[in-house]
Design a protein. Structure first.
Length: 217
């Protein structure tokens, strides 16, 4: 784990005290996380071996022997810690924004919950780098806002939306832009340029209340 982090994020100038200090802190942080999960980072302690001199005769490699040697499990835990760290660091460095459009085909739909799909665009450094079409899984009260927030969506664009859905998006820190129309990709590009602003268009028609996230009254 330490070798991978050193190769991927380590310093190259041994006289660069600032980067050396930052790297030492990173190594200590990862070591602490492993130690908290396993009680130690010392091999002998992890394997519960005696401090006295061991016999030079190697043990037979039996199932019973390997049960006392949880090396594979410890390596797996190290890999998981490393994977979580790299993923979190990548997200911080990339600063990817996910923008979902409630769509009807390629067009922005008029009613959020009535769309046939959500077109999700990943934005990086002001440009669209990925697009994904996600079929509408069904419009039951309060479900869709959480469904999109759980997929990492930061912004939702729609023609109109019920007040209940808006409230849930606000609670999940997802920006709501309503009153949009036209091609979904064009709407996203206008948003990225600062040209698309919300109109405050909230659905009030009774037939669309449940579709937009509000329970029927």
């Amino acid at each position: 784990m330490f070798m991978v982090v050193g190769a991927k994020y380590g310093y190259t100038d041994p006289t660069d005290k600032l980067h050396k200090t930052e790297h030492y802190k990173l190594i200590q942080s990862l070591a602490k996380e492993f130690e908290e999960a396993n009680g130690s980072i010392v091999c002998r302690e992890l394997l519960k071996l005696s401090a006295k001199k061991e016999t030079p005769t190697p043990s037979d490699r039996t199932d019973a022997y390997y049960k006392k040697r949880p090396c594979a499990l410890l390596v797996e835990q190290s890999a998981q810690i490393l994977d979580e760290y790299i993923n979190s660091r990548n997200m911080e460095e990339k600063k990817i924004m996910r923008i979902a459009v409630a769509g009807e085909g390629t067009q922005v739909t008029e009613h959020f919950g009535h769309c046939d799909r959500f077109i999700i665009f990943d934005e990086e450094n002001g440009s669209i780098v990925r697009k994904e079409n996600v079929p509408n899984p069904g419009h039951r009260p309060g479900f869709l806002p959480n469904f999109l927030a759980d997929r990492g969506v930061n912004v939702i664009i729609s023609g109109g939306m019920g007040g209940g859905a808006v409230e849930i998006f606000n609670e999940r820190n997802v920006e709501v832009v309503v009153g949009a129309s036209g091609e979904a990709k064009d709407a996203v590009e206008r948003y990225l340029k600062g040209e698309l602003v919300t109109t405050g268009s909230v659905c009030h028609e009774h037939q669309h209340h449940d579709e937009c996230g509000e329970p029927l009254k």
